[in-house]
Design a protein around this ligand. Structure first.
Ligand SMILES: O=C(O)CCC(=O)C(=O)O
Ligand SMILES: [Fe+2]
Length: 303
């Protein structure tokens, strides 16, 4: 029996209890934290990109995100962002969207982390927009911790939310309860986003999962092991964000403030209508941390 996410919405007004729940379970899950009005336009923008690249099935309910799988599968692996699910070119189009970079600054998310941290949050600028497709080079994200990939501070929290409804059958994310207390786990190479898997010991199997509706948000700290469920549909795209927040007073690693693609911020900002979010971190009193290459070296865990 797999456990299902517990909704922590009621604790948003009780910081002590919110932190106690975070301490105990590791993850926090909030039903409907983001309003549909904030997410739907982003879903439309993402589907527009998929359509422009010729991969969206015409006719029927466009919002289901049904794909022209044969057309997408012709995209050579060398042109794909296999950690994302679409081509490098399509991902550039997505990274240029102002709506994509605005959503992580939604007041409901900032309030959540202000409450959780008991202080000002820093929003990492490196937002990851997953567009998981049935392309043959794309695999479900393996079980991993984000810390070796993000670094900076162990007090960085990943925030994962689908852009549209995402039942387990569409390949939602799940977390290993209690793993937030395991510290850094040795890694091995793996297929799927991040390309590393955390080495788990027998008995470390207390997975928690659930069906996400549009607006639901899952968040967890840097050592929490998480993975994606496989998508059961042969022709649908799974759209989701993973974005990161940390206390402003904690150190941040420079890559967390760089784009999640080869474009420069200047190129990303080229068509934006407003300026308020451009280089927003440059005015903040940041403490920087060095990158530790050894954290991405393969190791061996003794169980
Ligand atoms: O969405 C996925 O498949 C991976 C997400 C993930 O690993 C994360 O949010 O840190
Ligand atoms: Fe992750």
């Amino acid at each position: 029996m797999t456990n299902q996410f517990v909704d922590s919405t009621a604790l948003l007004t009780q910081p002590e209890q919110l932190r106690a729940r975070a301490e105990q379970d590791g993850y926090l899950f909030f039903r409907g934290l983001l309003p549909a009005e904030a997410i739907s336009p982003v879903r439309e923008d993402l589907l527009d990109v998929v359509e422009r690249h010729g991969w969206l099935r015409k006719g029927g309910n466009r919002s289901l995100g049904r794909l022209r799988v044969a057309a997408l599968s012709q995209e050579p692996e060398s042109k794909m962002r296999t950690d994302i699910g679409v081509s490098r070119d399509a991902y550039h189009d997505v990274q240029k969207l102002e709506s994509v970079h605005r959503l992580p600054h939604h007041p409901h998310l900032l309030n959540l982390y202000r409450t959780l941290f008991g202080g000002e949050p820093l929003v990492h600028a490196r937002h990851i927009i997953r567009m998981i497709t049935p392309h043959p080079a794309v695999f479900p994200t393996p079980p991993h911790q984000d810390f070796p990939l993000i670094q900076g501070t162990a007090q960085t929290w990943t925030c994962w939310f689908p852009i549209g409804d995402c039942p387990r059958s569409l390949g939602a994310l799940k977390v290993l309860r209690g793993s937030q207390n395991l510290g850094y786990l040795p890694i091995e190479p793996a297929k799927g986003a991040g390309a590393i898997a955390a080495q788990l010991c027998p008995g470390e199997s207390d997975w928690v999962e659930g069906d996400f509706a549009m607006g639901d948000v899952l968040t967890f700290p840097a050592f929490m092991v998480h993975r994606a469920l496989p998508c059961q549909f042969r022709d649908r795209i799974r759209l989701s964000f993973d974005v990161r927040y940390q206390p402003l007073v904690e150190p941040v690693e420079i890559n967390s403030l760089r784009p999640h693609c080869e474009l420069t911020w200047e190129q990303i900002y080229a068509d934006w209508k407003s300026n308020d979010l451009k280089y927003y971190w440059r005015d903040l009193p940041l403490k920087m941390a060095d990158w530790d290459r050894t954290l991405l070296q393969y190791g061996h865990r003794i169980c």
